[in-house]
Design a protein around this ligand. Structure first.
Ligand code: GLO
Ligand code: MG
Length: 342
């Protein structure tokens, strides 16, 4: 049965265009307005940070609980589902030098308590998936923290959450750098190593973002294949990236169509999506877009993905096998490029 793909994105993917060197260039859509775009653009899943759901992740729980219930209602009314909750552990004044791997015991305690609340929020929102993007879990300079202790702290954090809720799953979204100079757990493989050390490895998996793999000098489809073999690819952040520079979050496939094709191919081949996994996008509209045209990157990424699904399905698989067997990779090169050119 061909997979009927479902798509998701996070509210931060519709944004005002601010970057580290300049202020917003268009007014922000209100959250309620953003929600209306999901169905219009062909999306069913909403990805959330904890503080996308609640207005203040440090507010008393009773208030967070009420706000989360209200958000769940808004999603239900629109036929949308929450895909995951990611505790935003990288913006708080306490977490300037990291949250889980901070040298300060007080900060680490804050990180764990906030993450437990994120689990509680996830439960209200109807999802069991918690995403960890360990944004500041690394260093600006090697000597700043103890790297061995830091790795252990990540395992302890996961164990505490896995024991806090016996059904929750943790999905690591690894990225080698930015905002830090070096992250402690830069790739999927590193993270899966840590997963195996936790109290329940079966509930620890990954979300792979194309751009993050590229920033690590890796091919995203191979990264996905690695996680798929482990049966641990539970979400993706498809996007594109033009070489080793800042995390560009370009629309899927706009830089390297063949690289995008290979990601779709590996997902399709492995039956990704058949257990309800979403095709998540983590894409940013170019700063030059007007407010009115600032959702086209979502529309385009989805359309490019679906077109590539068609191309994957119409590829002459027998021919590919024949050329592999003959080791005629020049001919295989041409077959793929011609298929993409159409
Ligand atoms: C940044 C990450 C970030 C995460 C998001 C959800 O580079 O890709 O956007 O995906 O915070 O964890
Ligand atoms: Mg991402």
């Amino acid at each position: 049965m061909p997979t009927n793909y479902r798509f998701s994105f996070g509210p931060w993917n519709i944004h005002s265009g601010a970057d580290p060197f300049g202020p917003p260039v268009r007014d922000e859509f209100a959250f309620a307005e953003k929600l209306e775009f999901y169905k219009q653009l062909g999306f069913e899943g909403v990805q959330f940070h904890d503080d996308d759901v609640v207005s203040d992740a440090d507010a008393p729980w009773s208030r967070q609980e009420a706000e989360a219930s209200q958000m769940r209602k808004l999603l239900n009314e629109r036929g949308l589902a929450a895909e995951f909750i990611a505790p935003r552990l990288w913006e708080h004044p306490l977490t300037i030098d990291g949250a889980i791997t901070a040298n300060s015991a007080g900060t680490r305690k804050y990180a764990l308590e906030r993450s437990k609340r994120a689990v509680d929020i996830a439960r209200i929102m109807g999802t069991k998936d918690l995403v960890l993007w360990p944004a500041r879990e690394g260093t600006y300079l090697r000597e700043a923290k103890d790297p061995i202790a830091a790795v252990g702290r990540l395992v302890e954090w996961m164990n505490a959450l896995l024991e806090y809720d016996m059904e929750i799953r943790i999905l690591g979204e690894m990225k080698p750098n930015e905002p830090m100079d070096h992250a402690y757990v830069p790739t999927t493989g590193h993270f899966l190593g840590l997963a195996s050390l936790t109290v329940d490895p079966s509930r620890v998996g990954t979300l792979i973002e194309s751009a993050h793999a590229i920033l690590a000098g890796l091919d995203p489809s191979d990264e996905m294949a690695y996680a798929l073999y482990h049966k641990k690819l539970w979400s993706v952040h498809l996007n594109d990236q033009n070489g080793l520079k800042f995390d560009e979050d370009k629309s899927f496939g706009v830089v390297d169509l063949r690289r995008a094709f290979n990601q779709v191919w590996v997902l399709e081949r492995a039956g990704y999506g058949q257990k309800g996994e979403f095709i998540g996008l983590d894409v940013k509209a170019l700063r030059t877009q007007s407010k009115e045209t600032s959702t086209k990157h979502l529309r385009n990424s989805r359309a490019i993905f679906l077109r590539l699904v068609d191309l994957v399905r119409s590829l002459d698989a027998a021919k590919v096998e024949e050329l592999r067997a003959a080791r005629d990779y020049e001919e295989l090169d041409l077959l793929i490029v011609k298929h993409l050119i159409g």
